[in-house]
Design a protein around this ligand. Structure first.
Ligand code: GLN
Length: 472
């Protein structure tokens, strides 16, 4: 049974049409049968998922019903879950079993979700195509020759294939929103600080956020509300009260939108995607919305800012994987230095090494001001410009990605081509703002196109209301 919204699933539970146990069994059956061709799930958590389902059915029978009861989910392989393996798609975490649970994961479990497995991702969430995981590439369920996007491609593919109701992904520069758009589903990155990062294996700590992927805007809102809010284990997590994120929190008719002419003039943008986007803008105007073309002077700076700052942060975050504390350890070494060197050389993949080297380079004394310092200043300029634009309109709107899902293997050989994939999605995390992708119809090549929205900091209610309105 596939439900588009949790409300529908809960009605089916209330009427006795199904149970959580049945939902989990169906989910596991379908996912296990189809995973050999799609490869979205790195490991199934059958035992704990069934235990959760039994417990949720029993609790509901006592009249205690919660927001995510019976919602089957996968969690990205970079979030930890007590007594379960977490690998971040890397050989270096081989054999690692977590002694604790990430806050966001604990919150979905407490709200009644049943976690059926961990979903494959690019190694340490670095990538846009899900080709760098130690578990092999993930395939797009809509066309097995194509990528599901990355780095939360497994989380997107599992939802799009109908195996699970929803999933958790993480987004540093677009890793929830781009795979959502490539797979024809919904995916949101909350405001930086809205959701605790405790238990998320860090890539770039001043960008990373956990968020949901689902088949409707209302489910994004529901899951985000569950995982949001202060956490004593993450000092960067905001203690602002979490508002109701219900999709009816404002009058959608009054919403105004701004798009950047520079985005539409960008040569990387597929012409059919551009036309579909402009047709959407015309429809919005015809419905009486204010839709403004804005100017953005920093488009070409976004990808360089992002890759300088995130690689710098990654080089520090990944220093902890040294062959001593977690996972993989090289054999037959004689000295401690050799242990570090060989464990890291053998344990990390090529893309991760490239980023550690780049990050170490931009932080080197003598280069620090020229790269890292400058990128920090440019980040501030982008934040200010973006916030100024969001004072003029309620939401920024654009295509999510310059094109639809590309074929596996196409860009793997050229890292800079792959980095340009992020051109439309990195502005929101550079500015710390909430953003999401929703489906915008099909391209003539048969693949889904995505529409991207960015809202003011901590204004998830408007973001989800607008997404619900634009998808209905
Ligand atoms: N594609 C981007 C990168 O490789 C985004 C990854 C992410 O958001 N985790 O860094």
């Amino acid at each position: 049974m596939t439900f588009h919204r949790v409300e529908d699933l809960h009605r089916a539970l209330d009427s006795g049409q199904t149970t959580c146990v049945q939902l989990v069994q169906e989910s596991l059956r379908k996912a296990r049968a189809e995973n050999p061709s799609i490869n979205a799930v790195a490991e199934f958590f059958e035992g704990s998922a069934m235990q959760q389902a039994v417990a949720v059915d029993a609790r509901r029978a006592q009249g205690d019903c919660r927001a995510l009861d019976g919602v089957t989910m996968v969690i990205k392989d970079n979030m930890v879950y007590r007594d379960h393996a977490a690998g971040a798609g890397s050989k270096i975490l081989t054999g690692f079993i977590s002694p604790y649970t990430a806050t966001a994961v604990q919150r979905i479990v407490d709200a009644g979700a049943c976690i059926v497995g961990r979903s494959s991702c690019d190694e340490f969430a670095m990538g846009s195509s899900n080709e760098t995981s130690v578990y092999g590439p993930v395939r797009n369920p809509l066309d097995l020759k194509r990528t599901p996007g990355g780095s939360s491609g497994g989380s997107a593919a599992a939802v799009a294939a109908g195996w699970v109701h929803a999933s958790l992904g993480s987004d540093t520069g677009g890793s929830i929103r781009q795979p959502a758009s490539f797979c024809g589903i919904f995916g949101a990155k909350p405001t930086y600080g809205r959701v605790s990062r405790y238990g998320l294996i860090a890539y770039a700590s001043s960008f990373d956020q956990i968020g949901p992927l689902a088949r409707s805007a209302s489910d994004l809102a529901r899951i985000t509300e569950v995982i949001s809010g202060a956490d004593q284990y993450d000092g960067t997590c905001s203690d602002r009260l979490v508002p109701s994120m219900s999709v009816k929190s404002c009058d959608p008719q009054s919403l105004s939108f701004g798009y950047y002419q520079e985005v539409l003039d960008n040569p990387a943008l597929d012409s059919e995607l551009r036309d579909a986007f402009m047709a959407r803008m015309d429809q919005l105007r015809a419905k009486g919305h204010r839709v403004e073309a804005l100017r953005f002077d920093y488009l070409d700076l976004l990808v360089p800012i992002y890759y300088i700052l995130t690689t710098a942060e990654a080089s520090a975050n990944l220093a902890r994987f040294d062959g001593v504390r977690y996972g993989y350890r090289a054999e037959g070494v004689k000295t401690l230095d050799e242990l570090y060197k060989r464990s890291r050389s053998e344990g990390f993949g090529k893309e991760v090494k490239r980023r550690i080297l780049l990050g170490t380079f931009v932080l080197r004394s003598g280069y620090f001001d020229a790269y890292y310092g400058k990128a920090q200043k440019a980040r501030r300029a982008v934040q200010n410009a973006t916030n100024a634009d969001l004072a003029k309109v309620d939401l920024l709107i654009s295509p999510t990605s310059p094109h639809t899902a590309f074929e596996l293997g196409r860009e793997a050989s050229d890292p800079t081509l792959m980095y340009l994939e992020d051109i439309f999605t990195v502005q929101a995390p550079i500015a710390g703002l909430p953003a999401l992708s929703l489906p915008m119809g099909l391209h003539s090549n048969g693949m889904p196109m995505g529409l991207h929205l960015t809202a003011k900091a901590f204004d998830e209610p408007t973001l989800f209301t607008a997404a619900e309105y634009l998808s209905s």
